[in-house]
Write a protein that binds this ligand. Sequence first.
Ligand code: SF4
Length: 352
Amino acid sequence: MAMTSFAVEDNDARDRGGPQQPLLTVNGLRKHFAIRGGILGRAKAHVRAVDGISFAVRKGETLGIVGESGCGKSTVARLLMRLVIPDAGEQIFDGDLVGETQGISVAEMRRQMQMVFQDSASSLNPRMPVQNSIAFGPIAFGTPKAEAIGMARELLVKVGLNPALFGGRYPHELSGGQKQRINIARALALKPRMIILDEAVSALDKSVEAQVLNLLQALKRDLNLTYVFISHDLGVVRWISDRVMVMYLGEVVEIGPADELYNNPRHPYTRALLASRPALDPDNRREEAPVSGDPPNPINPPSGCRFHTRCPHAEALCSAKAPLLGHQHHDDHAAACHMEDPASGHSQAVRH
Ligand code: SF4
């Protein structure tokens, strides 16, 4: 792959299925972490961190993933990158099954899919000038060092840092926002098509966060990128996302276009989550009670609908049977709740 320029490529030769084919499709992704104990270290229980989720990321979109801490959203990021090995499920990258024996290998997928974490300080080598950190990936893939450093300096410009001023600096000489810009440059160094941003702006001051969000939007446009944007901050997710996926206790409970989901949330958990935000706009206050109590333990999640222990609309059916995330309405917006299914038997089931 030629790696001398970061100019926009109108026709990315790696684009296999055209715009209609999702860049990433995930089917039945599952990860249960064993909790070991005793002198033999046997598994005593399992945390059901991600429990059989399916979704697709379309080319050029930003898919936001939200949910309370412990809902599994960061595990999803690590599973997608294969930093954590899934127990089950398949992952398809632009039409190719990800696997070592067929389709696309994990190593090749990682060239096309990069990740930026929240902790900007610890993801950079403290003993390496930042331009060398950015050049590290391309050098590992065989780009001559001088060429890779040239690319790194080009990327510094792209992320809004003057290479003459910043290229030779060490991480401790940079602010949090500058370090996160370096991490973004590093993620871009292998010319990925997709970036997973896991709480990537959450640690920044609000004004710096806004600048980095604007930078991410500009880079996405200029470099034809696709984002998965994971955050607990509902306002930021709405601002940056085309579609939003809401997770609760390892499952997807709702997915839909961002404006539609925020204006017309269909799952009681999403409604409660949105209601628990500090209301900045007094005309836009919601009547729904904020979600109360802590999420149940993911080691032994509630039966049926996992939200039934906190849901104001729960009925006997809800603890007996898990609702499916169906596209009941033949639009892009779906929620896993019995009230969304007119045939479920829930007394408040409605037809949209
Ligand atoms: Fe509430 Fe039942 Fe819907 Fe679950 S399925 S969100 S418990 S109404």
